[in-house]
Design a protein around this ligand. Structure first.
Ligand code: EPZ
Length: 428
């Protein structure tokens, strides 16, 4: 068991640079299967989901390894279309392998990413789009099997909702298909534009990534080339450092991350009473610890450029001690606010009613042991500890390591009293 322990009361200061975005790195690693030449992804953080991806690539016959901070991939003559179930079930990101395996092996067999804690996460849009491109999909109780005789063919496809994963799947599938694919109603998240930039640098012809309509001219079955790619910064990690400053007070500059990637979150912090100064590729958040944050916020998490669903629990942590009640509604996931139980155990008025989280505000949080229910909910509980009188221990911190390589060390570097521990309570 891993824990993160945080004792509130320290004001934060300094500069921090978020690592490369997990939600770009995962599709990028899958996309390297489409490449017939070596690829390098620079400065990839040591996250649990990245390790799972490397194991998955190896299991299907690809050649991908770490070299220092970077990941290098080399093309292999053939790959197998079957993903070992224990790897498929270990992360939602395994779904990114459907299109590359179908392209490379003519077959993709994947255990369905298990009952996720955020609520049901179907893959019907991925399958409908791939079927429209000529694949046959067989959905069994525990897995999906896709087959394709010959090359996938370009098509016009409208996504029934702007799914990030399905947009990535269909964009990857279209790169080596025959003819042109037009995707309408696509997701616009920056991680999609980043994956498209990588694929285009490898020779793909994708236009419109980052907007709701993508046009992709396929290679007709040829693999792409290779490239060296700098992954975009993690906007959710950047939001986490900004939220930490709002809760603890102080002044922190987040570098290497354009503020437009988290504009809605920074707007929220401004409305809650923080000072936010936006620069080119950086921003500074500050708050006087003596002045309470403003409650009365009514937030809705939605697709980009709205408030990111992954940042909704972080916003909740900010509002726990605000001077009035607030509400946050998550339009994407049914069970986004499982962290409410942990907030309540620390003394906050926090109640999740399905997609809606009600926060009473005005909380004086005390110490205690709480459990990370998921990645962002776990990070939110650590953030709540920054504002607590006493020591908060967040158990099951392995969830947090799926998305933050060193959250405790990052916060400690800004002045927080925070550390990570393993089961026997030895410091890592
Ligand atoms: C990605 O998940 C991210 N994961 C999530 O980050 C993020 O919360 C989410 O996008 C939204 O921004 C990765 O990139 C690995 P979706 P994804 O498909 O692609 C429904 C984190 O903490 N839907 O945009 O799975 C779905 O159920 C993680 O870093 C269908 O109904 O998200 C959900 O309600 C958690 N059918 C909504 O769409 C489908 O075929 C949005 O899901 C696909 C999705």
């Amino acid at each position: 068991m891993e824990y993160i322990e945080v004792t509130g009361g320290q004001v934060l200061s300094g500069c921090i640079r978020p690592a490369a975005a997990k939600n770009s790195v995962l599709p990028l690693l899958a996309a390297t299967l489409l490449c017939g030449k070596p690829c390098t992804l620079l400065a990839v953080p040591r996250l649990r989901d990245v390790d799972t991806s490397l194991a998955l690539l190896k299991a299907v016959g690809a050649d991908a390894k770490r070299e220092g901070e970077n990941i290098l991939t080399r093309p292999t003559a053939s790959v197998t279309g079957t993903v070992p179930p224990e790897l498929a079930g270990a992360m939602r990101g395994s779904v990114f392998y459907l299109a590359p395996l179908l392209t490379r092996a003519g077959r993709a067999e994947l255990a369905l990413p298990g009952g996720c804690r955020l609520g049901p996460r179907p893959i019907d849009i991925h399958l409908a789009g791939l079927t429209a491109m000529g694949a046959q999909a067989e959905l069994r109780q525990d897995r999906v099997i896709l087959r394709c005789h010959g090359v996938l063919r370009g098509t016009e496809f409208a996504l029934r909702l702007p799914s990030v994963g399905a947009t990535l799947t269909l964009m990857m599938a279209a790169c080596c298909a025959a003819g042109t694919t037009v995707l309408r109603g696509a997701a616009c998240e920056p991680e999609i534009a980043d994956t498209a930039a990588f694929l285009n640098a490898c020779g793909a012809r994708i236009a419109g990534a980052g907007t709701s309509t993508l046009r992709i001219r396929g290679t007709g079955g040829d693999l792409l080339g290779g490239c060296c790619h700098t992954v975009l910064p993690d906007r959710i990690a950047a939001s986490t450092y900004a939220a930490a400053t709002a809760i603890a007070g102080g002044r922190v500059t987040v570098e290497g991350c354009p503020p437009r990637y988290l504009a809605a979150f920074l707007d929220f912090l401004g409305a809650a009473g923080c000072s936010v100064v936006r620069g080119s590729g950086r921003f500074t958040v500050s708050r006087c610890p003596a002045r309470p944050l403003k409650g009365g916020q009514d937030l809705v998490a939605s697709a980009y450029p709205g408030l990111a669903t992954d940042a909704a629990p972080l916003a909740a942590a900010v509002l726990l001690g605000a001077d009035g009640p607030s509400r946050i509604y998550d339009g994407l996931f049914q069970n986004r606010f499982a962290c409410a139980a942990g907030f309540a155990a620390l003394g906050a008025g926090a109640q999740a009613e399905g997609r809606l989280l009600r926060l009473a505000g005005g909380a004086e949080l005390h110490g205690g042991t709480v459990t990370a229910p998921d990645l962002r909910g776990g990070a939110a509980l650590v953030l709540a500890g920054l504002g607590a009188k006493g020591t908060v221990r967040v158990a099951d911190a392995g969830h947090i390591r799926r998305g933050y390589a060193h959250l405790a060390q990052d916060l400690a570097g800004l002045g927080a009293q925070c550390r990570s521990l393993t089961e026997d309570a030895s410091e890592e």
